[in-house]
Design a protein around this ligand. Structure first.
Ligand SMILES: [Zn+2]
Length: 179
């Protein structure tokens, strides 16, 4: 061991390329998935629902795979729990085959509310990424910190502010148009 470092040096370079993406590449991937969530948000406005979208992405051997893409359907269905995140978690669990989603990341265009933050904890979600903050109802950073509360049994890493300007602008346009 160590007498011939050449083969291990070569293999460690290959391993670094596949297992530790650089921060810029990780940020670009987050933006790519958030853009998919933003597309879902735009679909919500077509039926009069507040434009919020969510996607769930699962880690796979070939890289991340989209397993759910939903948008807010509260007005469409008359269901108070039909937030984008809850609908996306249900679809993701159906695809994965069980309720535990610890190998999944949820991307959502607005900071989750208390209900959705609670659902994310109950799903043991692997990671949460949101776009715009919600000072009136946000429950992962603004009003409450449900996903990082040490009294609860699951604390997923949370990243905020990804495509925040675009996702926030879509919400503002919707409310301006509704006046
Ligand atoms: Zn919610």
């Amino acid at each position: 061991m160590g007498s011939n470092p050449t083969p291990s040096a070569g293999s460690s370079i290959a391993m670094n390329a596949s297992t530790t993406p650089d921060p810029a590449a990780a940020a670009a991937a987050d933006e790519q998935w958030m853009r998919a969530a933003l597309g879902e948000a735009q679909a919500a406005a077509s039926h009069g629902d507040v434009p919020i979208g969510a996607v769930v992405v699962r880690d796979g051997p070939q890289g991340p795979v989209l397993v759910a893409a939903r948008h807010n359907e509260r007005e469409l269905t008359g269901d108070p729990t039909a937030h984008a995140e809850v609908l996306a978690l249900r679809d993701a669990a159906a695809v994965v085959g069980h309720w535990r989603l610890d190998d999944c990341t949820l991307y959502v265009t607005l900071e989750p509310c208390v209900m959705c933050a609670g659902a994310l904890v109950n799903a043991r979600i692997g990671r949460v990424v949101y776009a715009a903050t919600d000072p009136k109802a946000g429950a992962v950073a603004s009003l409450y910190e449900v996903c990082s509360d040490v009294r609860l049994n699951h604390r997923p890493p949370v990243t905020g502010g990804v495509l925040a300007d675009e996702c926030g602008a879509l919400l503002r346009q919707f409310f301006v148009a509704r006046r």
